[in-house]
Design a protein around this ligand. Structure first.
Ligand code: GLC
Length: 532
């Protein structure tokens, strides 16, 4: 097995897997996934070959934003279990060589968090300064023109005190004031609380947005060059996100992470639309994030030229030592099998070979490994408040959060037959884990083979990336010294030159083991990994 010698980089050759706990596996028959359910599925993850799990929030939450509104950072929500269950998960996963990343939500708390409940008592309350408060304008309107990412003004009036508080998301998610040293200290303690329990690191929510302009300056008007959501809001988010001081906070956390052995990981939700800005979150390559999610890549089409351009820009802008992160799905975007592949299994397979063979660490989202498409959500099913607000123009994020189908039949192996699940489940007989087991043509077995190849070949695990020439509509790259990935992302057959070796993995399993002697021909929408 290809190993990375530095113990702090145990994850470089590995694959992470995001679990959305509400929808993974329900061990107590209440229609909601839980920690016991996840523990019961660790064997699946071990067979898949993952090295780490990112758990979307399992901390206490009134679920205004499904866990991303935290009311207690140091306890497990009873829907999911107890702290003892979390400890058991860390231990059971560890025995299978899998480490756990939790989700840290530092931009805001729930309005039910004890800090905010205290802050509402008035301007002199001890925790008032944990949040961003400001007086109205003379006409009583909000202090500035900032808009919430979830629609409407980013300020809500607290009638009791006559002041407004800031919320970049729902009004029930008041933003913390990261200029306040007490907030910084409180979060240092939260990091240690979980890291001392053996949690391997954090995915950091809204990592680029947590600190705001200290003077609360008005945002400038949006122009037609701005992202569509900002044009829709009418203002460009200059002062309420992407502030340079976010980097101070990341350096502080990296220093805390470095006091652990192995170093704890910081992977950020770096929601930026410019690759060179993404690179800045790596600091000098050693002093900020270990990894940042690449939303430019997520939003790129499944198109050889478009994706290759993103990858080449990452390679060109990253600081030395910085390690990319690759993702195609998560709990906020339509699943890759729908968004990228339009439900076509051949395209799903090619997309997964891309994710699993680029230089960097991929994060699969639960269900990607079976090519699961978005779930069936009608207007009356909507639970995501953003979807409820903007339906039908934006239907929200429920479709990518529906329960995981483990087997055909009632309950789909997610829960007991007859139980109503928290979000509707797609007909599990259409796509499920059990039916794909042992079928070499399945998405699941392709994922297993590709992840196993990463583990077996150092080139694929940690080797460099270099684009090699290939016909139009295709993409080919060399990993390390002598491994070639050839991707026919077109509707016609294609021949790749200058490819020699054994086909170690192919979306068409019949080609595996065949030898390419200088060139390789692939049918439409076929991907192959060739090792020397
Ligand atoms: C992040 C989360 C998303 C959440 C938002 C506000 O973008 O991924 O699910 O709604 O932050 O916390």
């Amino acid at each position: 097995m290809a190993q990375v010698n530095d113990p702090d980089r145990w994850w470089h050759g590995g694959v992470f897997y995001q679990i959305y706990p509400r929808s993974y596996a329900d061990s107590n028959g209440d229609g909601v996934g839980d920690l016991g359910g996840i523990i019961g599925k660790l064997d699946h993850l071990q067979r898949l070959g993952v090295s780490g799990i990112w758990l979307s929030p399992v901390t206490c939450s009134p679920n205004r934003d499904w866990g991303y509104d935290v009311s207690d950072y140091r306890d497990i929500d009873p829907d999911y279990g107890t702290l003892a269950d979390l400890d058991e998960l860390v231990q059971e996963a560890g025995q299978r060589g899998i480490r756990i990343l939790m989700d840290l939500v530092p931009n805001h708390t729930s309005d039910r968090h004890a800090w905010f409940v205290d802050a509402l008592r008035g301007p002199d309350a001890p925790y008032r300064g944990y949040y961003v408060w400001a007086d109205p304008k003379p006409d009583g309107s909000p202090p500035n023109n900032w808009m919430s990412n979830f629609g409407g003004p980013a300020w809500r009036l607290d009638e009791a005190s006559g002041q407004y508080y800031l919320h970049n998301f729902e009004a029930e998610q008041p933003d913390l004031d990261w200029w306040n040293e007490d907030v910084r200290n409180a979060f240092d303690d939260i990091l240690r609380f979980w890291w001392d329990r053996g949690v391997a690191g954090f995915r950091i929510d809204v990592c680029n947005g947590m600190i705001k302009d200290e003077e609360l300056r008005d945002n400038p008007p949006a122009t037609e060059d701005d992202p569509i959501d900002q044009q829709f809001m009418g203002v460009r988010s200059v002062y309420n996100t992407d502030r340079p001081e976010a980097h101070d906070i990341l350096r502080r956390w990296r220093a805390v992470a470095g006091t652990y052995d192995p170093e704890r990981l910081l992977i950020g939700e770096t929601y930026v639309d410019d690759i060179s800005v993404l690179a800045q979150f790596y600091g000098n390559g050693r002093d900020e994030l270990h990894g940042g999610f690449n939303f430019v890549f997520i939003h790129a089409p499944l198109d050889a030229e478009a994706m290759r351009a993103v990858v080449e820009e990452v390679e060109a802008t990253r600081p030395p030592g910085a390690w990319p992160i690759w993702t195609g799905s998560n709990h906020d975007v339509s699943r890759l099998a729908t968004r990228w592949a339009g439900g076509d299994p051949a395209k799903v397979k090619v997309a997964l070979v891309v994710l699993l063979t680029l230089r960097g660490t991929p994060f699969l989202y639960q269900g990607d490994e079976i090519g699961l498409t978005d779930g069936p959500i009608e207007r009356e099913d909507v639970l995501d408040r953003v979807g409820a607000r903007f339906w039908p123009y934006y239907k929200g994020r429920d479709a990518e959060r529906t329960p995981m189908p483990w087997s055909a039949g009632a309950g789909g192996g997610f829960t007991e037959p007859g139980v109503t699940t928290w979000l509707p489940m797609a007909d599990p007989s259409q796509c499920n884990v059990a039916d794909q087991e042992g079928d070499a043509n399945s998405v699941l077995e392709l994922c297993r083979r590709t992840i196993a190849a990463r583990a077996a070949h150092e080139d694929l695990a940690v080797g460099g990336y270099r684009t090699v020439p290939s016909p139009e509509g295709t993409w080919a790259y060399r990993r390390g010294e002598s491994t070639t990935v050839a991707l026919n992302m077109s509707d016609a057959p294609a021949t790749f030159d200058d490819v020699g070796g054994t086909v170690a993995v192919c979306t068409d399993p019949a080609l595996e083991g065949s030898v390419a002697e200088g060139s390789l021909s692939l049918a439409a929408w076929t991907a192959a990994v060739v090792t020397a």
